[in-house]
Design a protein. Structure first.
Length: 367
C-alpha cells in the first residue's frame, strides 16, 4: 500500500483535535539521528565524515540558545553492530564539545531473543566504555533505542530485519528507557497508533506496539516507576499531511518528521508538527516534537551543519522572542523522556528544570 496508508491513515482521520492551550506553549525539540557514518563508505570515509561533524557541529550548537540557555541538542543513535572504537572515540569528542548524547541503534535479521539480548548487553558495555549512556536512580545503565530498517518487534509483514517477536520485553529487560523508532512511514512496519507517547506491552505476536496506553498526567509518579516491568515507553514523532507544501500545487505532502537535504526543517513543516500536538495527556501546553534524520550521509549532514538548519533555528528563535506565546527547549532523547515522566508525575511550569528528572546524564557529560 502506497506510503503504508492502510496502516495509519484512518487513525489520522479519526485523531482527536487538541486545541492549543491558552498561555505559553513549551516547544520541546529533540532530533534523533539514525547515525551511520559507515553508510556506503569505509572506515576512512567514516572518519572523514566525523571530522566534518567535529569541526562544524559544536560551533553551530553554540550559536543558538533555548529559553533555559541550552544550546542545540542532538542525539546520535549509533548502530551497535557497526561498533568501531576509533569512530566512537571521535563521536565522544563531538558530544563532549556540544552536549550531544549517544544512544543505541541496531540492525539485525533472523535474530532470536537470546541473540538480541547478547547484542544489547555487549553494546551497552562498549558504549559505556566511551562515557555514553546514562543511569537511573539505582545506578543501572539505561539507554534509548531505534530499530534499524524500522522493523521494531518483528513488525515487517515479511518477517524481515528482525525475527524477535518479544523484542519489547528484551529491550525493557536490558535497560531500554524508551523506543524512538516511529513513525516508520512509508515502511509497512508503520503502526496504527500515530502522534502519540504511549506504553506498549510485549506479547508473543509481532508488532505488539500496534496497541498501547497513552501516557497521561497522574498515570504514574516518579516513585511508581512506570513503565511496568512488561511495558516499554514509545515516543513517536509527527505523522500527517502537510497542506502548506503541496505536490503539483494541489496534493498535500506527507509529513513524517524526517530531516533530509531534500526536505529540511522549515516554518511550514513546523506548523504541521505544532498542529499534530504530540503531548502527555493532561499537559497539552508541553509539546513534544521528536524529529529524525540520517546524519551520517553527506547530503543530509551538509544540510544539518549548514544554512538550511541555521535558517530554521533563526525562525524558532524569532518566533519565541516575538510572539510571547512560546518557550523553546532543546533536548536530547534522554532529556525528552525525563520531561515526559515529569509531566506524567504532575510537574508543571518550565519543563527545562526537569531534564534529569529520572535518568541521569552519561559520564561523558558529567566528567
Amino acid at each position: 500500500m502506497y506510503k503504508a496508508l492502510d496502516k495509519w491513515f484512518l487513525s489520522y482521520l479519526r485523531r482527536p483535535r487538541t486545541p492549543a492551550p491558552d498561555g505559553i506553549t513549551d516547544l520541546i525539540l529533540a532530533v534523533c539521528d539514525h547515525f551511520e557514518p559507515l553508510h556506503a563508505t569505509d572506515k576512512r570515509g567514516a572518519l572523514e565524515r566525523l571530522e566534518v561533524w567535529k569541526h562544524a557541529w559544536p560551533k553551530l550548537a553554540g550559536e543558538f540558545r533555548d529559553s533555559n540557555g541550552v544550546g542545540l541538542r542532538h542525539t546520535f543513535f549509533y548502530p551497535i553492530e557497526q561498533y568501531d572504537p576509533d569512530l566512537l572515540s571521535e563521536l565522544a569528542v563531538i558530544c563532549k564539545a556540544s552536549g550531544a548524547e549517544v544512544e543505541i541503534h541496531l540492525h539485525h535479521e533472523g535474530d532470536t531473543a537470546d541473540g538480541l539480548r547478547e547484542k544489547l548487553l555487549a553494546g551497552k558495555e562498549r558504549f559505556r566504555s566511551h562515557g555514553f549512556l546514562g543511569e537511573d536512580d539505582g545506578g543501572a545503565v539505561r539507554y534509548g533505542f531505534i530499530h534499524g530498517d524500522w522493523a521494531l518487534d518483528n513488525s515487517h509483514p515479511d518477517g524481515r530485519h528482525c525475527g524477535v517477536r518479544n523484542e519489547l520485553a528484551v529491550l525493557r529487560q536490558t535497560g531500554c528507557f524508551a523506543d524512538f523508532t516511529l513513525p516508520s512511514m512509508p515502511s509497512p512496519t508503520q503502526t496504527r497508533i500515530i502522534n502519540r507517547i504511549y506504553y506498549a506491552r510485549g506479547t508473543d505476536r509481532p508488532k505488539s506496539h500496534d496497541n498501547g496506553e497513552p501516557v497521561r498526567v497522574g498515570g504514574a509518579g516518579k516513585s511508581m516507576h512506570r513503565p511496568a516491568p512488561d511495558e516499554l515507553l514509545l515516543v513517536q514523532g509527527p505523522l500527517g499531511l502537510n497542506w502548506l507544501w503541496r505536490k503539483w500545487g494541489f496534493l498535500p505532502r506527507f509529513e513524517n518528521g524526517d530531516l533530509t537535504a531534500a526536505n529540511p526543517p522549515t516554518p511550514e513543516r513546523f506548523r504541521v508538527w505544532e498542529r499534530l500536538r504530540i503531548h502527555v495527556e493532561g499537559r497539552p501546553e508541553w509539546l513534544f516534537i521528536k524529529l529524525h534524520t540520517h546524519g551520517g550521509i553527506p547530503q543530509n549532514f551538509n544540510m544539518l551543519l549548514g544554512e538550511p538548519y541555521r535558517q530554521f533555528h533563526r525562525f524558532l528563535s524569532g518566533l519565541c522572542r516575538n510572539s510571547g506565546r512560546y518557550r523553546l527547549h532543546y533536548v536530547t532523547a534522554r532529556e525528552m523522556v525525563n520531561l515526559i515522566h515529569a509531566a506524567e508525575a504532575g510537574c508543571t511550569g518550565n519543563p527545562g528544570q526537569y531534564r534529569n528528572f529520572r535518568y541521569h546524564p552519561p559520564p561523558l557529560a558529567t566528567g
